[in-house]
Design a protein around this ligand. Structure first.
Ligand code: NAI
Ligand code: MG
Length: 364
């Protein structure tokens, strides 16, 4: 097998700071586990605008299409707020997502014991939680036509259209089943087939795709009932697949069952490439945090866990991904905290770089 390739795009604000800690982990794998990546680094967002006058250079776009996985820090910042819409840092990220056709957005909700008091739910409800929401990202009500605000009689009407083709449902369902195969082989599909035709079709297609994955236990739930079940007893789920709109809500809900912004990784996956791996972009959920940028305060864990997702879902290194997650767990159990994970209890926070070093030390 050829050396797996990874394109790192640190971006803006705290992006480069948290990515520097990921580089330590990547280097550790090369030195200690004989797991070497062909790593290249490039610019995105404001950093790319400063260098090239565009938030994503065509060469960078081409490289992103070519590698096994892209890992992105964050883009944006007040310096770029006045730019024309087409030049804004966010456009760089949107272009990546669109041209790589990343239709499956993965948002895990994972509870680290040492942080279970952060949850608004009872500790027993969230302790040990490890679930994954797969949200369809490129279609549905955010894109369907007709849309707009129209005159109708003597008033206006606002219209959006929930629209899904069979192939759009099929491909995101396949991504979810593939994930379930790498996890606990349990998939719950959520829609509103009781009141929406797109939901009826969704359920039908997911069921059909399920015939190709007989080992995965498939269930269906109405999305409103799903929201209730997610807050009542989230550990009943492993992988959840749902559409763009419901996924937007349910993934935010699930993320906050467990954590703080500095802890949340994500992945966006597209179609399988010629080597069988999906096109993939991994990134923390948080932004560039201009309020703390350049101060060594950023929590690198969200970005480090995004790399762990890349290990599991792009590089077939599930055991090594678990090793990274266990190192994070162990460091948190030791009471090591960046400022965002601290209350007013007087504990002295560690810096971004100290957190990275502590995690690397646990890997050993
Ligand atoms: P943000 O996620 O950057 O920050 C929200 C709050 O959380 C801030 O107080 C920040 O200090 C804190 N925070 C975020 N990540 C943290 C970390 N790793 N460690 C410790 N604290 C952390 O969201 P905000 O402030 O709304 O946006 C700031 C900029 O980032 C804007 O330009 C926005 O457009 C951009 N943005 C970029 C995203 C991306 O690249 N995917 C996503 C969200 C926002
Ligand atoms: Mg949202």
């Amino acid at each position: 097998m050829s050396t797996p390739s990874l394109l790192i795009l640190p971006g803006d604000g705290i992006g480069p700071e948290v990515m520097a800690e990921v580089r330590k982990i990547v280097d550790w794998f090369g030195a200690k586990r004989d797991l070497t990546f062909d790593v290249s680094e490039d610019l995105v967002g404001g950093a790319a605008y400063d260098a090239h006058g565009t938030p994503l250079h065509d060469d960078t776009m081409a490289r992103a299409q070519d590698v096994d996985a892209v890992l992105l820090g964050a883009v944006g910042g007040p310096k770029y707020d006045a730019l024309d819409f087409s030049l804004k840092p966010e456009r760089g990220l949107l272009r990546l997502r669109k041209e790589m056709d990343l239709f499956a957005n993965l948002r895990p909700a994972q509870c680290f014991d040492a942080l279970s008091h952060f949850s608004s739910l009872k500790q027993e409800v969230v302790a040990g939680l490890d679930i994954m929401i797969v949200r369809e990202l490129t279609s549905g009500v955010y894109f369907g036509e007709p849309r707009g605000i129209f005159e109708e009689g003597n008033e206006r009407v606002g219209i959006n259209t929930q629209r899904y083709t069979e192939s759009e449902i099929d491909r995101v369902a396949r991504s979810a089943f593939e994930l379930a195969m790498k996890r606990d082989k349990k998939l719950c599909s959520m829609e509103k087939a009781n009141v929406m035709e797109s939901g009826i079709l969704w359920r039908e297609v997911v069921t059909r795709v399920g015939q190709d994955y007989p080992e995965v236990e498939l269930s269906h739930m109405y999305a409103d009932a799903g929201a209730m079940q997610l807050t009542r007893w989230p550990k009943q789920f492993d992988v959840i697949v749902t559409d763009n709109l419901f996924g937007d809500l349910l993934s935010d809900l699930a993320a906050m069952l467990t954590g703080s912004l500095g802890m949340l990784p994500s992945a966006s996956l597209g179609a399988p490439m010629s080597n069988g791996r999906p096109k993939a972009l991994y990134e923390p959920v948080h932004g560039s945090a201009p309020d703390i940028a350049g101060q060594g305060k950023a929590n690198p864990i969200a970005c480090i866990l995004s790399f762990a997702m890349a290990l599991r879902y792009s590089f077939d290194q599930g055991d090594e991904a678990a090793r990274v997650e266990k190192a994070v767990e162990a460091v948190l159990a030791d009471g090591v905290r960046t400022a965002d994970l601290l209350g007013e209890d007087g504990t002295v926070p560690v810096s971004t770089s100290e957190m990275g070093d502590a995690i690397v030390a646990k890997l050993d």
